[in-house]
Every structure is written in C-alpha cells, then in structure tokens.
Design a protein around this ligand. Structure first.
Ligand SMILES: [Zn+2]
Length: 255
C-alpha cells in the first residue's frame, strides 16, 4: 500500500508540476492561467491530448513541437520531474498527515521560485500569498498557537528587511530584491522564526560560491538569492535538524 501512495504522490506532483509551468510562464506576463489552452509558443497551434501528458510527451516528441519542429525548453519536463520527486520525498518523510500537505505546498513554492527567480529575477506575490494563507490555516488546525505563528510571520520579515537596509547602505545600491524579504514569513511559519534566521546564513553560504563563479566567468554581479534561500529552507525542513539544540550544546560546551 505504501508503494501505491508513493506512486500516486509522484504522479500527482508531475501533473501539478505541469500546471506550475503554466504559472511560471504566464503569471509574470499577467496572462490568464486558463485561456487560451496550452499551445506551442512558436506556431501557436493548440496541443493535442497526447501532447498534454506531462513528462512523457516531452520524451516521445524528443523535445520538439510535432507540428512546427520548434525546440521545447527542457525546463518544462525538469519542473514536472522535480515536483514529482519532491512530492514523493515529502510522503516518505512525513507519511499521510497534515504535515504532508504543508510540505507539498512548500515544495511547490520552491519549484516556482526557482524557475521565476532564475528566469525573470522575480518572486511572484500571488504564489507567496496563497502559500502563506494555506500554511497558516493548516498550522492553526494542527494546533499551533496563533501568537507564536504571528511572531514566526513577522520577525523573519523584519530581520531580512533590516539586513536589506543595512546592505543597501553599505553597497550604495539595491543589495537584495523585495522577493527575498517576502519569502521570509513563509520560512518562519514553516520552520519557526529561530530556524528562519539560520535559513538566511545557510542560504548565503550556498549562494557564495555560485556568486563568485558568475562574477569571474560571466562577469555577472547580480544573482537571484531566492532559490538559495528556498533550497536552504528545504534542506532544513526535510532533514529536520534541530539547530536550536545544536546551538544550545555549543553554548554549553563553550561555557
Ligand atoms: Zn509548434
């Protein structure tokens, strides 16, 4: 039975991933998510039933539009596969309960942030807003205290805001995008505000070597921070490492 649930969650993830592709492609352009139906961006011909099947259509069509032969971006199947795998991992870690739904919402947000922040350097307000509302509601149903949740929402946001003001002052230019600040309440509700602090440091640690690479190889001075923050939060959430305990131990050993 466990295998069956695992397979169902993987397939569910792949199908939703196909929808997230539409979100990532259309929302930044302020286009409708429903109309028109999916079509080839080059020849504009609507996709047939078989061409709409996530993942497999890309493999069978060898990454090309059947009608005009235009290359289909590999991002589409990658998003579908990643969402499927992350849904499966969520199930393997949390099993069938409310925490699984929280995990599915969060990994969906991570996938969308990765695509839009890397492609367009934006984090979609709509996606953050909807995710936050559902995360807070489920945390309340699970039995979290509303006062704790309010602190988890506000404190990481304020801290990141202060870091940005400090960074802008030091570098004399925009040091961080608004999207990075807006992501912080999500990490707070997901992990608690103390672990959300660690997300910032861990995210910077992950971003540093990549930023250096881009600076030296592509002479690019700006890289999106959102994907690194999201990846850091995802690792902390999936591994469930209790950093508060580690810090307490270190303080105890040090003292
Ligand atoms: Zn085409």
């Amino acid at each position: 039975m466990e295998y069956l649930y695992g397979i169902i969650l993987f397939v569910f993830g792949v199908v939703l991933g196909s929808f997230y592709n539409v979100v990532c492609y259309r929302l930044p352009l302020k286009k409708s998510l429903i109309k028109p139906g999916s079509h080839c961006p080059k020849c504009k011909k609507p996709l047939s039933f078989w061409e709409l099947i996530p993942l497999f259509s890309y493999i069978f069509q060898r990454g090309k539009c059947k009608k005009c032969g235009a290359k289909i971006s590999a991002i589409y199947p990658l998003v579908e596969l990643s969402t499927g795998i992350l849904f499966l991992i969520s199930y393997l870690i949390f099993g069938l309960n409310l925490e699984l739904i929280i995990s599915l919402i969060f990994v969906s947000l991570v996938v969308i942030v990765f695509v839009t922040d890397i492609k367009e350097m934006i984090v979609l307000d709509e996606v953050i807003g909807i995710s936050l509302v559902f995360l807070v509601i489920i945390r309340l149903i699970i039995g979290y205290n509303w006062l704790d949740l309010t602190l988890d929402l506000i404190i990481p946001f304020l801290l990141m805001f202060l870091i940005k003001i400090f960074g802008d002052h030091c570098f004399k230019k925009e040091s961080m995008g608004g999207g990075d600040i807006k992501l912080m309440p999500v990490f707070g509700v997901l992990l608690g505000y103390k672990t959300a602090f660690i997300v910032i440091g861990f995210g910077a640690f992950l971003a540093f070597p990549i930023a250096l690479l881009f600076l030296f190889i592509k002479k690019q001075r700006i890289i999106p921070f959102g994907p690194f923050l999201s990846l850091a939060a995802l690792i902390l959430y999936f591994t469930q490492i209790d950093f508060e305990k580690i810090v307490t131990w270190l303080v105890m050993i040090g003292g």
